[in-house]
Design a protein. Sequence first.
Length: 175
Amino acid sequence: MKFLMFSLFLFLCLPVWSSQYALEKSHINYTVKYTFKTVHAKTEKARGKGVCEKGSCQFLVAVPVKEFNSGDSSRDVRTLEVTKAALHPLVKFNVTVPEGNLKSDFKSDVEVELAGVKQTLKDIPFTVKKDGNQFSVSSKFAIQLTKFKIERPKLLTIPIDDEVPIDFTSTWSVK
């Protein structure tokens, strides 16, 4: 009987000690603003994984810069140039959260790596919706291009805004 109780305890608690998550789908959009124009680019080509151990979860999402599409191939090529995509082809997002926070909305720091430069964004809000073995996570935040040492593209000699809003939605499943 003790063995049965211990086995049941391990079965129920093991996911808390070590869980793995796979990114099933994602939508990442960013917006750049020129003086006379606003441009939106998007991708659904992100890859990601999450690992929870000892009550803490580490999530990594990476997307090739070349997979963002603004609808203008010339603009997209320029984006590859200014973000140094030949040397640093991925945009990476790292988030660490206490495992219990995956059940409801939370705030966390996000480490963003772009153009070979890492920046930590503080207290970014995340919205969580759970559905069986899957959950969706969404967030909105902004980066400043100059903090990533990115030369801001210009239109008629006027550079785009330094702040670039990012809208991120994702669906994760337990592995």
